[in-house]
Write a protein of this length. Structure first.
Length: 302
């Protein structure tokens, strides 16, 4: 567990990020990072690996299908690089899919958060309990492919997440004002970027209005810059409904994506390995057994 703690340094307290061991003991002098550095700089690799490494492996394998065994029987990732010189573009593309998985998981575990995300998807202004009848699924996730094959559409350019009726999966949540016979299905498209003006405004927004709300996780805090540009050009886009700041819906997911950015970047540039992400021996053994059952191969994790 990551904890924020005050430690004494230079005769005054400093707020730091550190870890708590299995016995509930905090060791701030063993491995920590100043909170300001954590929030505004490169995050401590060991801290984010301890906290999020196993969950990242789980997403890459079970939802994105990016963990496999090579001919030598070694555990490897199947992430396709956009650029061999710089991992950054690949990391950003992958974060969009990871955000899709995290949001779906959040909605399925918490009815209140499901109502909140569902409200955004239907372009609503109020949260209604009727959203409890709908379940969030990712159109490009393996869990959807395995359980709702007719809804699986990884090439969908509009909807990364949709909501289906729990009793009848054929019925999807509709946008406000839509009718069942001719309605527009509710959903959200997710974008994660450090430069929304370049990668969202120029490539997406300027081409036309989205059919569903675009949720933007601005990892460099440039949402206002992006929306100001939209406002000045008087585009037919309603700020806060057609384009929404991901941090305003879930600050926890926003912060998590920042940690995942540093973690995936370190993985792709060789600073850490899949083995580093699987630090818990029990989890590693269980995970290896699952892969063995799927692949029928002997596995060495390196």
């Amino acid at each position: 567990m990551i904890q924020k703690e005050n430690i004494l340094g230079n005769n005054y307290p400093k707020l730091v990020i550190t870890t708590m061991d299995s016995n509930g003991i905090i060791h701030p002098n063993k491995n920590y990072q100043l909170l300001d550095e954590w929030n505004h700089g490169k995050r401590n690799t060991q801290l984010i690996t301890t906290m999020y490494g196993e969950k990242l492996i789980d997403i890459l394998d079970k939802e994105l299908g990016l963990i496999h065994v090579n001919e030598e029987g070694l555990l490897r990732h199947g992430i396709l690089y956009i650029s061999s010189d710089d991992p950054h573009p690949t990391v950003m593309r992958l974060l969009g899919k990871i955000a899709e998985s995290i949001i779906v998981d959040e909605c399925n575990k918490n009815i209140y958060l499901n109502r909140k995300w569902g409200m955004v998807a239907r372009r609503g202004r109020r949260i209604y309990k009727s959203l409890d009848s709908f379940k969030a699924i990712g159109t490009g996730l393996k869990s959807t492919q395995n359980n709702y094959l007719t809804k699986y559409n990884p090439t969908d350019t509009q909807r990364d997440i949709i909501w289906i009726n729990k009793e009848n999966e054929k019925n999807e949540l509709l946008q406000i004002g839509s009718h069942s016979n001719s309605g527009i299905s509710a959903g959200i498209q997710i974008k994660v970027s450090h430069n929304g003006f370049k990668y969202i405004y120029r490539s997406d927004i300027a081409r036309g209005k989205y059919e569903v709300p675009l949720v933007y996780f601005d990892l460099s805090n440039d949402y206002n810059k992006l929306t100001n540009a939209i406002y000045k050009e008087e585009l037919d886009i309603e700020i806060g409904y057609d384009i929404v700041r991901g941090r305003d819906i879930s600050s926890e997911i926003h912060d998590l994506l920042i940690s995942y950015y540093h973690l995936i970047y370190s993985l792709l540039n060789g600073k850490i390995t899949l083995n580093n992400l699987l630090q818990n021996n029990l989890f590693r053994d269980v995970y290896k057994k699952e892969i063995q059952e799927q692949e029928g191969k002997k596995i060495l994790v390196i």
